[in-house]
Write a protein that binds this ligand. Structure first.
Ligand SMILES: [Zn+2]
Length: 130
């Protein structure tokens, strides 16, 4: 196995951010915000690549990114507002943000997870269904 180059990693991340298929860059790949199609509408790549519990990794990735985003925003607000940090606002805004982030980031994390999987285990022709 060879490691993917930075350009390929950035391409996969860019496609995930645009909610596109990580393999072909098109789509559609989503039914709605919380439901992916079974296959990419363009290239036919199976969104779930066969293994049971395939997307537990994407849920973990989703939580890690959500918490990192929370920490970055929290520290940024503190640094920008110092010494008059709006503690009262942070007290209610931070928990709401932490609860909302995994739902907002859900499709992005699923597609990023699929993209990372494709980088490490390239797509084979039999996975593509026209
Ligand atoms: Zn595709």
């Amino acid at each position: 196995m060879s490691w993917p180059g930075l350009k390929r990693v950035l391409t996969v991340l860019e496609r995930a951010v645009r909610l596109r298929c990580p393999h072909c860059g098109l789509g559609p790949v989503m039914r709605h915000w919380f439901k992916m199609r079974d296959r990419c509408g363009n290239c036919g790549l199976a969104i779930e690549r066969g293994e049971r519990d395939y997307f537990i990794g994407s849920m973990l990735f989703n939580l890690v990114v959500s918490e990192m985003l929370f920490a970055i925003v929290f520290v940024a607000v503190m640094l920008i507002a110092w010494p008059n940090v709006p503690w009262d606002t942070l007290q209610w805004a931070a928990p709401i943000g932490m609860l909302a982030a995994p739902f907002v980031l859900f499709p992005f994390s699923k597609l990023a997870w699929l993209g990372f999987d494709i980088l490490l285990r390239p797509v084979t022709p039999d996975e593509l269904e026209p």
